[in-house]
Structures are given as C-alpha cells and as structure tokens.
Design a protein around this ligand. Structure first.
Ligand SMILES: Cc1cc2nc3c(=O)[nH]c(=O)nc-3n(C[C@H](O)[C@H](O)[C@H](O)COP(=O)(O)OP(=O)(O)OC[C@H]3O[C@@H](n4cnc5c(N)ncnc54)[C@H](O)[C@@H]3O)c2cc1C
Length: 421
C-alpha cells in the first residue's frame, strides 16, 4: 500500500495535520490510531476551556476533538483504529499491528508523527514503600472516571501541580471525594494560573509548595502517605515529615513525549524537550518526516497544538508535491538566559509563509522582563512580560520579512530584566 501522507496518532495534532494535508492537495491521507476512537487524550478531558483561540468558544475536550473528527469524515480522510504503528524508518516505511490483518506494511511519501505524550509514573519517582492499589497517574484516574465510569477513591492526595493534577483535584471533589491537598516539589506551580484559581482556590483545596511524598503506606490498598518539606536542593527535611491518611495518591509529575518510534528511526531528538528537532515547516531532520503536537514538546493549550499541526500538515502536502525545500543553511534557534528551549529549532526563511510563531518555556519564575529575540547581538524584537513561569508556554511571532534579512548566526531568545526608570 502506498500513501501520500500517513499521520501516526489520531489525537488533536493528528486530526488537524491530516485535514490540512488534504486541504492542501495531498490526495491519499491516512490516520493510524492505536485507540478504539479518534480524539487522543481529549476524549477523557470533559472539562471546558478548550478552543478559546481557535474557535473563540469554551469547549470541552470531546467537543473540540469532534469538530475535527467531523471534518476528517467530511473530507473522507481514511483512518484505521485499534492499529498500532510499531516501526518506521527514514525511508518512510511503516509497520503497524492491526486486529484483523495482523502486521501490515505501508509506504508513505510523507509521514507526520503525532503520538502525543505519556505521563511519568511512580516508577520514575522511586518513592519507597509497598505497591498497594490506589496509586494512579492523574490521567489514568481521569480515564477511569470520565470514560470507564469507575470512581478511583475517597480520600485523595495529589502529588504535582501540573494541569492534569489540578483538574483532577477538582474532578475528584465534584465526584464526592475529599481532596486533602496538592503537593508541589518546586516553589512554583507547573500548571496554568487559571487552573490553580478554578480547581484549587474555588474548592478550598490547599496547595503546598516545596513539598513531596517520601513514603507510601498500606499493603493491599493505600492507607496514607508520609509527606515532607524539601530544602533548596529539593531534599526532604526529616523534621518536617508528617503522615497524611488517604486511600488514593494521584501523580501529576510530568509528561514525556512518546518518541520511541522517532528514536528507532534515528531522527535527532532535542535533549530538553525529548521531542524531535523540527524546522519552521515542522519537518524533522529526516526529509519527509514531520512532527507536531505533544510529541514535539509538551503544550499547555490544545489550540497551540492545532496551530502547529496545521503547519505540519500543510508542509507534508507541499513536500509530496515537491514544493518544500530542505537545506542545511537554516538558522538555528537558541534559548539563552532564562529560556530552557525554543521550538522550532531551525528556520529556513524561504519556507516561511508570513511569520513564524516561536514557542518556548522559561526555567524559573521571572517578573518584569523583556523576552528578547536577537541575531548577531542585534535586537530583532522584544516583548514586555509582567510575569513568566515554567508552567505557561510563551510565544513570540517574527515576520518573514525580518527573517529574510538575517545572514549569519543563531536566532537567540533571552530574558532581560526591566530596570525601574
Ligand atoms: C493524561 C493527559 C490529560 C491531559 N489533560 C489535558 C487537559 O485537561 N487540558 C488540556 O488542554 N490539555 C490536556 N492534556 C494535554 C494534551 O495532551 C494536549 O493538549 C493534546 O491532547 C495533545 O495532542 P496530541 O495529538 O499531540 O496528543 P494526544 O492527544 O496524546 O494524541 C496522541 C495520539 O497518538 C496515539 N498514538 C501514540 N502512539 C501511537 C502509535 N505507535 N500508533 C498509533 N497511534 C499512536 C495515541 O493513542 C493518541 O490517541 C492532557 C494530556 C495528558 C497526557
């Protein structure tokens, strides 16, 4: 089977990329999804807050996904469900496992990787203690409650103040559980400010910064956790240890882009984002293989996933039609003071339509700063920010007309303190 564009993953990134590829002239587009339905993680996110940028409306996750699923159907884009891609190579050969046909081989002119993220589990944290039931990632609990119809516990401690943990603190409360506290190792939250207000403050759920779980108690079912404050090196302070009775521990301790396929295909990965290195067209360092959404870097708003995925889909169609150049003379992007990473990693101004939206995350909380973009020491643009935090992705738009004028050096992103005048 030979296809124009194969999209691996049927979440919001995959859906938007497939639609855009089709709209831009790719004839034969296929989405491969390992789950029983399209929609990705959005299927289980039944709270609202999706789509404010794209649709100017407050939608739930399934509503947001369904707008795209309807379009996939209208455009008669093929999709395979219950089908897991197990291998790709740099020549765009795909091997997938299907329930009816067993192992299948597909050759694609272009591939878009949209496999999303998975959550870090207890194993990644090494919390000492037994292995009783009652310890879930926040996302697993979300799936049980919102999709399978099971309540996972009655007395809950949430570890980690990422968005999924905050949303689940509220969800568990609404379902009748007592959420005793949310603990955060860092001195700041990694979740959106709006989620801290709407999910914790509105329900009087306490949030303790600089705190962690140091021991799990219980043999069959979780009976409690020992918590402790941490010092400036994030080591627990013994004297602050205390026992908290609970039957459920929800972990919201980070997402990891799901890039096993990418690594095996020898596609270069950024060590900080754990996603593939991409250019302005969302093309990876392997020609004809594109990537977008959470598999590239963790997004806090699905709307940004859609923006980025439309670029990937459009570029994949252009590649199939021989209209996308691929060269080594691109400018590299680089985060310096305060900026952990920047996506895209490389820019070829000739492939930019009108402008590039650079996405980045900062490494700490900073107040009253300029987010400055420079090349060869010259300022290209700067944006004033009252506050930036690691939990909220920042973005800066730079016009093609400016990028075209650059002739050497990296495009640097940095934070600069605003001196009081
Ligand atoms: C548990 C969880 C809860 C979240 N909750 C929220 C929230 O409440 N609000 C919010 O704004 N954001 C939330 N997010 C962030 C959310 O992931 C993004 O906004 C968005 O869903 C990312 O879209 P995506 O398409 O990149 O990834 P996903 O939605 O994760 O979709 C990836 C898809 O790829 C499929 N896939 C992966 N590997 C393969 C393979 N080898 N073969 C075939 N298919 C494959 C997966 O089954 C999945 O359907 C959550 C993320 C997680 C992990």
């Amino acid at each position: 089977m030979i296809r124009d564009v194969v999209v691996i993953g049927g979440g919001p990134a995959g859906l938007a990329a497939a639609i855009e590829a089709k709209k831009n002239g790719a004839e034969d587009v296929l989405i491969i999804e390992r789950d029983k339905r399209l929609g990705g993680i959005l299927q289980q996110c039944i709270h609202n807050g999706f789509g404010l940028h794209i649709f100017k409306e407050q939608l739930t996750g399934p509503e947001y996904a369904n707008r795209f699923i309807d379009e996939v159907k209208n455009y008669k884009i093929d999709y395979m469900l219950d089908t897991m891609v197990i291998k790709i190579d740099k020549d765009r050969n795909i091997i997938a496992l299907t329930p009816n046909d067993g192992i299948i081989n597909i050759k694609s002119k272009a591939i878009v990787l949209t496999m999303g993220c998975r959550e870090r589990t207890r194993g990644a944290l090494n919390i000492p203690g037994n292995r009783p039931s009652g310890i879930f990632t926040a996302g697993a609990a979300q799936r049980f409650i919102n999709m399978e119809g099971y309540m996972v516990g009655k007395k809950v401690v949430v570890l980690g103040s990422g968005d999924i943990g905050l949303i689940m603190a509220r969800r568990m409360t609404l379902e009748g559980a007592e959420v005793k506290m949310v603990l955060e190792l860092m001195p700041y939250s990694t979740g959106l400010k709006r989620n801290i207000a709407q999910c914790l403050h509105d329900f009087d759920i306490p949030l303790y910064f600089n705190h962690t779980v140091v021991r799990i108690h219980g043999r069959k079912r979780l009976e409690g956790v020992t918590i402790a404050e941490v010092d400036s090196e994030r080591k627990p302070i013994k004297e602050t240890e205390r026992f908290v009775e609970c039957d459920t521990l929800l972990l919201s301790v980070g997402l990891i882009p799901e890039n096993e396929l990418t690594r095996e295909a020898n596609i270069p990965i950024d060590n900080i984002t754990s996603g593939p290195i991409v250019d302005e067209s969302m093309q990876t360092m392997v020609e004809g293989i594109f990537a977008c959404g959470n598999v590239v870097h963790v997004h806090d708003l699905v709307d940004y996933v859609t923006f980025e995925s439309r670029i990937a889909g459009r570029s994949a169609a252009k590649f199939v039609k021989g209209q996308l150049s691929f060269n080594d003379k691109s400018f590299k992007t680089k985060g310096t003071y305060g900026i952990r990473y920047v996506v895209p990693h490389r820019i070829d101004p000739l492939n930019v339509d009108d402008s590039v939206n650079f996405f980045m995350r900062v490494d700490n909380v900073y107040k009253n700063v300029y987010l400055t973009v420079k090349n060869n020491g010259q300022i290209i643009t700067k944006v004033r920010k009252a506050i930036v935090t690691p939990g909220e992705m920042e973005s800066v738009v730079v016009k093609r007309s400016i990028l075209e004028k650059l002739n050497k050096g990296d495009i640097e992103f940095t934070l600069e303190e605003i001196k009081n005048d």
